[in-house]
Design a protein. Structure first.
Length: 226
C-alpha cells in the first residue's frame, strides 16, 4: 500500500517539546551587527545538537529569472560576507555569473530558528578558492577533482570510474588544483532572524544595511509581523 501523504502530513508536529527548545529573542539586547548574532546563534545550534547546522539553502535565478534552490555547506562568515563554494561551470556557478545575487536560508529546528540572508555575490580569486579547497577533507578534494558538476551523466558506472580516479589523485596529491572550483561570498544587504514561539507569537528581527544618514555603512534593525 502506498503511503498517504496527506495523513502523514497531518500526523506531524512542528517543534515537539521533547526535541525542541524555543529560547527567547530580545530585540533590545540583540547585537548591533547581523554577523555577531549569527555567530551567537550558530554556536547555540551546535551546542543544542542541531544536525548539520552548517548546511544552508542557496537560491539563485537562471537567465529567465526563474528561481533555483539547493542545499550547500557554509564555508565561513566574516565582515566580507557568507561563503560557499562550487564549480564555476556548475548550474549555480553559471547562474551566478549571469545574475550575481543570491539568498541563503538556515533552519535550526532544535531551537525553532531561521536565518535568511540576501545580497550580491562575488567570487574569490583563484588562489583563495584553491586554498579554501585544500584546507578541507580529502573527500572534498576528490569530489572537486571529479568535476563535470551539473553535466548529463550516462551511468552510475561512469561516475564510479571518475570518482575512483579522483580519489586516487586526491590521496596522492593533496594540493592538486581544481581550476573551476570557486569560493563565493554573499555580501548581505539584509539579514532576518526568526525565533519561533509556542504561542505563534514568533519574533522576526531584520537587519538592513543603512544607505544614508548617520548610520550609513552600518545596520538598521526592524521588527516584522510574524
Amino acid at each position: 500500500m502506498e503511503p498517504d501523504l496527506h495523513e502523514l502530513l497531518k500526523s506531524l508536529r512542528v517543534w515537539d517539546p521533547s526535541v525542541t527548545t524555543l529560547p527567547p529573542l530580545t530585540p533590545d539586547t540583540a547585537p548591533a551587527t547581523p554577523l555577531a548574532l549569527f555567530t551567537e546563534w550558530f554556536a547555540q545550534a551546535v551546542a543544542a545538537g542541531q544536525p548539520e547546522p552548517h548546511t544552508m539553502s542557496l537560491a539563485t535565478t537562471d537567465e529567465r529569472g526563474r528561481p533555483d534552490v539547493r542545499t550547500v555547506m557554509l564555508h565561513g562568515a566574516d565582515a566580507r560576507g557568507w561563503s560557499f563554494a562550487t564549480h564555476a561551470t556548475s548550474r549555480k556557478g553559471v547562474q551566478l555569473a549571469a545574475a550575481p545575487y543570491a539568498a541563503l536560508g538556515f533552519y535550526w529546528s532544535v531551537l525553532g530558528r531561521q536565518v535568511r540572508i540576501r545580497g550580491p555575490v562575488t567570487p574569490a580569486d583563484p588562489a583563495e578558492s584553491q586554498a579554501d579547497l585544500h584546507a578541507r577533507s580529502t573527500g572534498a578534494l576528490a569530489a572537486a577533482l571529479t568535476g563535470r558538476q551539473s553535466e548529463p551523466l550516462e551511468s552510475l558506472e561512469e561516475l564510479t570510474r571518475a570518482s575512483d580516479t579522483a580519489w586516487t589523485r586526491a590521496r596522492a596529491d593533496p594540493s592538486a588544483p581544481a581550476p573551476t572550483w570557486t569560493l563565493y561570498r554573499v555580501r548581505p544587504e539584509d539579514v532576518e532572524f526568526f525565533q519561533g514561539d509556542a504561542t505563534r507569537r514568533h519574533v522576526r528581527l531584520r537587519y538592513e544595511g543603512a544607505t544614508s544618514g548617520p548610520e550609513r555603512g552600518g545596520w538598521e534593525r526592524h521588527l516584522l509581523w510574524p
